[in-house]
Design a protein around this ligand. Structure first.
Ligand code: ZN
Length: 393
């Protein structure tokens, strides 16, 4: 018989379980004066603190709140360089004619494997200190067979949630031959990348890939066992969201410009609408209307979109605050979307919740309630983090 060490976290003023059958019956499944028992890497018990079973160790939460570890289901962390000058010019109202994503592609191609891996580790550590215990990340700054496969191999050292985004933009090497680039992405690049990824993504937008190209790429990925996710309807209205639902993509990401047909599709399908408020913040763009998307019956996730061009934040608490302030979400909805919503966008049921059987990913806040994540924007409220049962912060 193997024995593991059990730990109880007791005297939690406000525990977010994300199980409506627990606690107060809301989607957050709130339990007041709660305890959580961890055995190894799993949660084995949640309930009222006074009823907690005996354990080997105990941690007194001292009347603070505990939420599930954040699930950041959309990031672009395999890159080199930064784009400070571009951001500064944009925010200063000055024209700036450098290459945008192409700048990052050039720096990423020139970087060594060790440099890229160290960069991923650095941003992951930053995110962990802000409560993120699961993250997805993508390729998309290589845009050659070798550089895309390399990005995915590096990403896979750090997470299981790896996405092949060879179709981020048409490679500058194929500027005059976009059809040739689609052939490359669906042919030799897919062959090299499929073994290292779980997901395939396309930037379906005017100036990137149109509906037919996106369908061709996502369908080719599906045939190789990669499940779709789509960058959709960010800069203007387009076919991305409807295509995502048609292909049963796990998520349609951005969802800033939606018409009624898009909302109907999201409400009826199982594709999650992933909102990325850091992108609108960092580009001074119009906000997606979360109220309208939730009203249509869609599942909403919140994510950082952490990338050096349009959203250089790794902070899920910051995204929660923006979603509440500027996208019309309630604090409860935003916390749910940053945890259970992110898990849904990754089609995972073992994370994003604090219930028996779930992975023990917990964040202890230096606050009495999860509402403080929006109420106290910009304040470092994360006091401790457990990832798979291990206290890491
Ligand atoms: Zn993105």
């Amino acid at each position: 018989m193997t024995t593991t060490t059990t730990t109880a976290i007791t005297h939690i003023a406000n525990l977010v379980t994300n199980d409506p059958s627990l606690g107060d019956g809301t989607p957050l499944g709130l339990i007041r004066d709660a305890a959580v028992v961890i055995d190894g890497d799993r949660v084995v018990w949640t309930g009222e603190s006074s009823k907690a079973p005996a354990t080997d160790n105990a941690v007194d939460a001292g009347g603070r709140a505990v939420v599930p570890g954040f699930v950041d289901s959309h990031s672009h962390l395999v890159f080199a360089g930064d784009r400070t000058a571009e951001f500064n010019a944009r925010m200063s109202g000055r024209p700036y004619s450098a290459g945008g994503i192409r700048t990052t592609v050039a720096a990423t191609r020139a970087a060594s494997d060790d440099e890229l891996s160290a960069n991923v580790a650095r941003y992951l550590d930053e995110a962990l200190r802000q409560g993120t215990t699961t993250f997805e990340t993508k390729s998309g700054y290589g845009l050659t067979v070798e550089d895309e496969a390399r990005a995915l191999r590096i990403a896979a050292r750090h997470t299981d949630e790896v996405t092949f985004l060879g179709a981020h933009i048409v490679s500058p090497d194929y500027a005059d031959d976009p059809a040739g680039y689609v052939d490359l992405v669906t042919g030799p690049m897919l062959d090299a990348c499929a073994p290292h990824a779980r997901w395939i993504d396309v930037f379906c937008e005017r100036g990137a890939f149109d509906e037919d190209q996106a369908r061709t790429i996502l369908t080719a990925g599906l045939a190789r066992g990669l499940h779709p996710r789509v960058h959709a309807n960010q800069l203007g209205h387009g076919p991305g969201v409807r295509l995502a639902v048609e292909l049963d993509a796990a998520s349609a990401d951005h969802c800033t410009h939606l018409d009624d047909a898009d909302l109907d599709a999201l409400g009826q399908g199982s594709t999650v609408a992933t909102l990325l408020p850091g992108a609108e913040f960092s580009t001074r763009a119009a906000w997606p209307d979360a109220r309208r998307i939730l009203g249509a019956g869609a599942t909403v996730a919140l994510s950082t979109d952490c990338n050096p061009g349009s959203s250089f934040t790794s902070s899920m608490p910051f995204c929660i605050a923006l979603a509440v302030r500027d996208m019309g979400m309630t604090p409860d909805e935003a916390v749910w979307s940053a945890t259970a919503g992110g898990a849904a966008a990754l089609r995972r049921t073992d994370i994003g919740r604090i219930t028996p059987g779930a992975r023990a990913d917990l964040v202890l806040l230096d606050a009495p309630s999860h509402v403080h994540l929006a109420y106290r924007p910009g304040v470092p409220l994360v006091r401790a983090v457990w990832r798979a049962g291990e206290r890491t912060v």
